[in-house]
Design a protein around this ligand. Structure first.
Ligand SMILES: Cc1cc2nc3c(=O)[nH]c(=O)nc-3n(C[C@H](O)[C@H](O)[C@H](O)COP(=O)(O)OP(=O)(O)OC[C@H]3O[C@@H](n4cnc5c(N)ncnc54)[C@H](O)[C@@H]3O)c2cc1C
Ligand code: SF4
Length: 800
């Protein structure tokens, strides 16, 4: 059956039932869960029919069989961090990241590893590090990008000038084809190649087709494929033109964006970790001077050259978290190039500095020889994208011309003309990233809610495409085609190769089951936009002030989908995702649900929709996202407001009332400890908590301390150098923390006094009782005001 994706309710129910009966993994068809899988980090949105997280290859085989039977297409998904829209589709979303993320086998001697496609790059490299090995594709999204996504996008990173792209590391792939057969792709000798090409099945067709098309069009391929290091768009037919290279069908799968088959396991080549690195930062007057210097720097054989421009550097100024990272910047440069060498000889930097000086390029060189110093420089570079995307309001820095690459020697002229295009449309933009390979990320700031913004988006996309092709460049150097570049495929490769791509797709996937509309047969550039002129929101009157974002809806829209909240190895964001690996428990998932609710995409209930409650419930309101999310999403505030709105309409629940006023019950609980602890731990109390407060009976409650901090420290002076504020939780449950803080302050020579005992109102905020929290805040302010007026610092230990 040809996929039609708009299944009627009966057909949809039948698909869902079949999946539930036959798949071991998760089958989820809830509206908001589908909504969370309708976006990636692109400007697009397509709501899928449902989401399946397979557990095994057999699950994937059954999904392909069932989708084929019911006429639903399949779009694979890893971390959903694609910037071009290739991770979204109208049929079923197949999420490999949740369960199929295991390391299957490491061969240390042979320097290879076998993994499932949902394994995250950083998690893989953390496992390889003790063996001195790495998969050296250092993408900015390494903390959440999956191997399956990297293979499908042919991803690359900062050091690609040395390490190349994903295609250079894929040795074998196990792939489920569109007819639900599972095949192994690997290097074939001549006999094996003949054998495969003779087969009378889909696998045989694939082998024949790739060789036939590449041979037939070898001249056109030579003419039309850009002669640069970074091109990932289109299909890799150039890897199959007649040559001495042995045939490996993996190379057509790499970069095919899930349109030709579904990877269920991959064997990858590894390389040793570099022994030494030294880094320098060269400052320039402007981006064009930096671009003129790039070919010169390349002659010194660096392992990376990364650009950061003033647009981005300016946004770090005056921000406490970036000040330590900026220490290597002197004055106010228009652009900097961060240059790395795999070496331990600082003379490499001296030679480079002398060469640049002689040519009158650059005005200051900072040397970072120590690893700690280098980490600071790379941290600023990594923060660059977040900084370009952290604008508040409707105009955002978006991906659409962000990934073009030209030969480095053309960078200066190409960027000069790119700047002219942007200036003509009066659109600001930052420039940053991989100067070493002629690939600068340029994300113009456009308001995609207005007709004018959408028109500029389209005009700039067309003008930049022409410009890139004039310089013999590639429209995509690492992010892929997706929905935003596939419309330019024919322009990029010409009609003959475009037709060959269509034939290739048709041969591998005759029914059009796999990720439709990507690479070929793309919908128009401005179809399926996440926003668009019809996008409207129903703004509630809020208790919190959201004017820093514009409004509550704009606070939710601040999430652009980069998925930094899906990291699991570093930082605190997002604890609920780290524990569950469920998109609905991530900051991105919650922001997406709130955005779709506030814009009424799933009905007029908006924030009142019952499906929203469990999604927001698991947010701990730890505020880690406010600090760690590159675009500054503040989910704690959004959740609290959401609960407040809900209480307004439905009344405050018993659970919310009791937990919000925990200061009262905790005082009694602590006085009665240990009896209160024994009661709280009894089965009857656990039953009550589960039934009436919504607390799972398996969850042990925090235990009341035998003596509260305030009891213990009541004789402390009333006139100190610092005043310690005893918050409710620490005072009654964990007084040792406060005592430790007080002792620390004393050891540092301060005299500690206790701040007046008032509740800070944090539990009220947590539970969305915002009117009462505001009153409490006033009372607290009054109580603390005399200390503040005397200039006495007030210490708080409560992290949020
Ligand atoms: C902030 C930011 C920075 C980025 N920096 C870089 C960078 O430095 N270098 C770079 O190359 N890219 C970069 N990207 C793009 C993106 O992160 C990479 O392309 C990444 O490899 C995508 O991985 P993913 O797991 O998120 O894949 P997804 O986005 O989920 O999917 C990518 C593609 O893979 C397909 N796919 C996923 N799993 C499978 C499977 N098992 N079988 C078949 N197809 C599959 C999907 O259908 C889709 O077409 C960046 C993106 C963002 C948002
Ligand atoms: S505040 Fe909520 S969404 Fe944000 S990091 Fe903490 S738990 Fe995650």
């Amino acid at each position: 059956m040809t996929p039609r994706d708009q299944l009627d309710p009966e057909a949809l129910t039948a698909l869902r039932r079949d999946l539930e009966d036959n798949i071991e993994g998760d089958v989820r068809f809830e509206r908001f869960f589908r909504g969370m899988h309708s976006t990636d980090a692109s400007v697009y949105q397509i709501i899928p029919l449902g989401v399946v997280a397979p557990r095994s290859r057999d699950d994937v085989v059954r999904v392909v069989e069932l989708c084929s039977k019911h006429g639903a297409s399949i779009t694979a998904r890893g971390g959903g961090t694609s910037q071009a829209g290739q991770a979204i589709g109208p049929g079923l979303q197949l999420d490999f990241s949740r369960h199929m993320n295991r390391l299957l086998d490491i061969d240390i001697e042979g320097r290879t590893v076998r993994v499932e496609p949902g394994m995250v790059l950083d998690e893989l490299n953390a496992r390889l590090k003790p063996h001195g090995l790495q998969l050296p594709l250092d993408l900015s999204t390494s903390s959440r990008a999956t191997i399956g996504g990297m293979i499908a996008n042919n991803s690359a990173g900062t050091r690609s000038i040395v390490y190349g792209k994903t295609i250079d590391y894929v040795e074998e792939l196990e792939v489920v084809l569109a007819d639900a057969t599972s095949v192994m792709m690997q290097v074939l000798d001549e006999d094996a190649r003949h054998e495969k090409s003779k087969r009378d099945d889909l696998e045989g067709t694939c082998y024949r087709l790739v060789q036939k098309l590449a041979t037939k069009h070898q001249d056109e391929i030579r003419r039309r494929y850009p002669k640069i290091q970074r091109r990932v768009g289109g299909y890799n037919l150039d890897e199959f033109t007649p040559s001495d290279k042995p045939l490996n069908l993996c190379r057509i799968m790499v970069g095919s964006e899930g349109t030709l088959g579904l990877t269920v396991a991959a064997k990858l080549r590894l390389v040793p970790l570099p022994e030494h690195r030294i880094v320098c930062c060269v400052q320039f007057t402007d981006v064009l001077e930096a671009m003129a210097a790039t070919p010169v720097i390349l002659q010194h054989e660096p392992s990376a050259i990364e650009l950061v421009d003033r647009f981005i550097l300016d946004s770090t100024q005056g921000r406490i978290e970036f000040e330590p990272l900026r220490a290597f910047i002197q004055g106010d440069p228009g652009a900097v190039l961060l240059v790395e060498f795999f070496d331990n000889d600082p003379a490499r930097i001296d030679h480079l500095a002398a060469d640049l000086e002689q040519r009158g390029l650059g005005h200051y060189v900072y040397r970072a020889i120590e690893a700690k110093d280098q980490a600071r420089i790379w941290a600023l570079r990594k923060a660059a994208l977040g900084l370009t995307m952290s604008q508040m309001g409707d105009a955002k820095s978006i991906s659409f011309v962000e990934d073009a690459a030209v030969a480095p020697e053309h960078l200066h002229d190409y960027i000069a003309r790119f700047q002219q295009i942007l200036a003509r449309h009066e659109i600001p933009s930052g420039f940053y990233a991989h100067a070493s390979v002629g690939l600068l990320h340029v994300r113009p700031v456009v308001d995609m809610k207005t007709a004018d913004g959408i028109e500029k988006f389209s005009l700039i996309a067309h003008e930049v495409a022409d410009l890139v092709l004039e310089y013999g460049g590639a429209l995509s150097g690492e992010h892929g085609d997706g929905l935003v570049r596939a419309p330019f495929q024919e322009k990029m490769f010409g009609p003959i190769l475009y037709e060959a791509f269509c034939q290739l797709k048709n041969g591998f996937d005759p029914a059009g089951l796999l990720n439709p509309g990507k690479i070929v047969h793309a919908p128009p550039l401005t179809a399926n936009l996440r926003f668009g002129t019809d996008y409207q929101t129903n703004e509630p009157k809020t208790a919190f002030d959201f004017s820093d974002f514009g409004s509550m809806a704009q606070a939710a829209e601040q999430c652009s989908g980069v998925g930094a909240c899906r990291k699991t190895l570093t930082g605190a964001m997002c604890p609920s995702y780290m524990a569950t690996r469920d998109e609905s428990a991530s900051t991105r998932g919650r922001a997406s649900a709130l955005r779709q609710a506030l814009s009424g995409q799933f009905g007029p209930e908006g924030l009142d929709d019952d499906e929203l409650l469990p999604i927001l419930d698991l947010c701990l309101e730890c505020k880690a996202c406010k600090r760690e999310c590159p675009t500054g999403v503040d989910m704690a505030r959004l959740k609290s407001e959401f609960l407040h709105q809900r209480h307004q309409r439905h009344g405050t629940t018993l659970s919310a009332k009791l937990l919000a006023r925990i200061d009262r019950s905790a005082a009694w609980g602590q006085r009665l400890a240990p009896l209160s602890n024994w009661i709280a731990d009894s089965s009857a109390a656990r039953f009550f908590n589960e039934q009436f407060l919504g607390l799972d009976r398996r969850r042990p409650l925090p235990t009341f301390a035998r003596r509260s901090f305030l009891n213990e420290w009541s004789k402390t002076t009333t006139a100190g150098d610092v005043a310690l504020f005893a918050d409710t939780f620490s005072n009654y449950f964990e007084p040792d923390h406060l005592a430790a803080a007080a002792r620390l302050a004393q050891r540092l020579g301060a005299q500690v006094q206790l701040a007046p005992r008032v509740c800070c109102g944090r539990p009220l905020i947590s539970k969305g009782l915002l009117d009462e929290a505001a009153q409490k805040a006033e009372a607290t302010t009054r109580a603390l005001a005399p200390l503040a007026e005397r200039g006495t610092p007030i210490l708080f230990c409560e992290p949020s």
